[in-house]
Write a protein of this length. Structure first.
Length: 113
């Protein structure tokens, strides 16, 4: 079973950048569609970005142009580069494997104004 472990969250000022990483176990990671989601307090979990096995990406409307999802299949890893961060980006960010339905434990991102 594929397990997902996120890292890279933290506290950053508005306008700053963070890079989240998601390390996946499992030998068939390369064929899985992967995604990043986030959940702010009192709100529903929302899609941030997805990336297919071939590198095709999609983004949520609130992050397009600021966030970039990428993957390194040799390292079984997915990344989320977040630039021009805003206070409304504050949330717990989760890595998700669309093929297995697995979720990571989440990493907190806090953007101060």
């Amino acid at each position: 079973q594929v397990q997902l472990v996120e890292s890279g969250g933290g506290l950053v000022q508005a306008g700053g950048s963070l890079r989240l990483s998601c390390a996946a176990s499992g030998s068939i990671f390369s064929i899985h569609r992967m995604g990043w989601y986030r959940q702010a307090p009192g709100k529903q979990r929302e899609l941030v970005a997805t990336i297919s096995s071939t590198g095709t990406t999609t983004y949520g409307s609130g992050v397009k142009g600021r966030f970039t999802i990428s993957r390194d299949n040799a390292k079984n890893a997915v990344y989320l580069q977040m630039n021009s961060l805003k206070p409304e980006d504050t949330a717990v960010y989760y890595c998700h494997d669309w093929n297995t339905g697995n979720w990571g434990q989440g990493t907190q991102v806090t953007v101060s104004s």
